[in-house]
Write a protein of this length. Structure first.
Length: 458
């Protein structure tokens, strides 16, 4: 159950850095969800009938409106999610950029002409109808936009359920959409509990597709409920991403602690499994000890801060459960007192199959493991149920290509820790999810392909 809720009718939003109450938001129930979906059904018909250029124009205006309120959105993200203010500004800007990128696709959603004897065969990409987007708390604005922007551009209506702990930026985005001129009810936000609002959205017969980002456990339930209704679903779930560092790598760049400390480690793509070739293992320990000790953890509004708090008491307790007080490895420092603080930590005494080494912790904790050779590195990289992202560090181009081909993950970077770009596809293997988001094909994921044969025979 959510850990910030007073009862089933409200959501209490706390500032993770201070534990102060930021807002109390009414929680939608099943009846509210039904009404929102019904409104969306009606609004979607007119939105889909609009000329693609008109949809694109409105989405660009929405992007401009977001840009004009970028600082307001960023400050709201700091208060509800505890993100560093610089990161929050980037996140609001990412929403703007996603809207602009998707708007360009609205006018380029082309079908095909397929040669056929006796006539012409053509295809159309038609919108699904109403799309339900269930967004997580770790990146509330960007990930909400991953589903919302392309779905709207393709002619769908969207009902977005934000996470219980972070509904405020989503609500503000819905207001800005109306200010920009998007038709009423084309984009609606329903704050609420996953067990009530989320379930009602997934189960609703008029919701044509569900996009869910969150835990693998909840993703399975979403998939099961959609399967019962033969409803398509896109799932972006957990990760336990490897950072494979060969002895010939640039160790200074490869062992950047922010590869797993960004957003306090609350990132499915965080490189929390640092796999280092054994000949440079001791050097890696020394480098990480120095780097971890220098990380500035504190007030997210201070421009000098490098890492903020965890999202909630519940998440803090989860992270603590994985790290024993006497566990070996370098640790940084974190504030004491109010707030959900945990120090940057690297565990050096874990077995390769320990819980900390294979399960998603979702905090500022990484496990450092040695490997012997290329085959051993691939074996360790794949030794989890997840396959979302990862990095490979080597100056050997052939090795980089071989390891990239061998590791079972949807998003790999060679000599880089970057995972997500809105113009390239994103998604996972294994229990990290189904389907792909972002990239040039994002809009087609929110359409049905209709095939029409036109006979030319007399």
């Amino acid at each position: 159950m959510p850990d910030r809720c007073v009862d089933t009718t409200t959501l209490t939003v706390l500032n993770p850095a201070t534990e102060d109450v930021v807002a109390t938001v009414p929680a939608a129930d099943a009846a509210d969800t039904d009404r929102a979906v019904r409104r969306a059904v009606t609004a979607q018909r007119a939105w889909a009938a609009a000329a693609p250029a008109d949809r694109a124009r409105l989405l660009r205006r929405f992007a401009d409106t977001v840009d004009a309120h970028l600082e307001e959105l960023a400050q709201l993200e700091v208060r509800e999610a505890g993100h560093l203010v610089g990161n929050a500004r980037w996140e609001a800007g990412n929403v703007r950029d996603l809207l602009l990128y998707a708007a360009g696709g609205a006018e380029r959603l082309n079908g095909a002409q397929i040669p056929a004897p006796g006539g012409w065969n053509i295809t159309f990409h038609e919108p699904l109808g109403v799309v339900g987007v269930i967004a997580p708390w770790n990146f509330p604005m960007p990930i909400a936009a991953w589903g919302t922007a392309p779905a709207l551009a393709a002619g769908n209506a969207v009902v977005l359920k934000p996470a219980e702990t972070t509904p405020l930026t989503a609500l503000r985005l819905a207001e800005l959409a109306l200010d920009a001129g998007l038709p009423e009810h084309v984009f609606q936000v329903l704050p609420g509990h996953g067990s009530v609002t989320g379930r009602a959205l997934v189960d609703h017969p008029d919701v044509a597709k569900v996009v869910f980002t969150g835990s693998t456990r909840t993703g399975r339930e979403v998939m099961e409920r959609c399967a019962a209704r033969v409803k398509p679903v896109t799932l972006e779930l957990g990760g336990k991403s490897p950072n494979v560092v060969f002895a010939d790598a640039d160790l200074g760049r490869a062992l950047d602690p922010f590869s797993f400390l960004d957003n306090s480690g609350q990132d499915c793509c965080a490189r929390t499994r640092i796999l280092v070739q054994e000949s440079v293992y001791e050097e890696a320990v020394a480098r990480l000890t120095d780097a971890i000790g220098a990380v500035v953890v504190g007030d997210p509004l201070d421009e000098k801060t490098q890492m903020g708090p965890l999202i909630s008491r519940r998440q803090l307790d989860r992270v603590r459960h994985f790290v024993k007080d006497d566990a070996p490895g370098p640790r940084g420092t974190a504030p004491t007192g109010p707030g959900f603080w945990f120090p940057p930590t690297v565990l050096t005494g874990e077995a390769a199959d320990s819980r900390a080494a294979v399960e998603e912790i979702f905090g500022p904790v990484a496990v450092l493991l040695p490997f012997t050779d290329e085959a051993d590195a691939v074996r360790l990289a794949d030794a989890t149920p997840y396959g979302l992202s990862g990095s490979i560090w080597t100056r050997d181009v052939g090795r980089a290509l071989r390891v990239s081909a061998a590791v079972r993950a949807g998003n790999l970077s060679v000599n880089s820790h970057s995972s997500v770009r809105y113009w390239t596809p994103f998604g996972g293997f294994k229990q990290s999810g189904l389907g792909r988001e972002l990239g040039p094909d994002a809009l087609t994921a929110f359409t049905e392909t209709k095939n029409v044969f036109l006979s030319t025979e007399a």
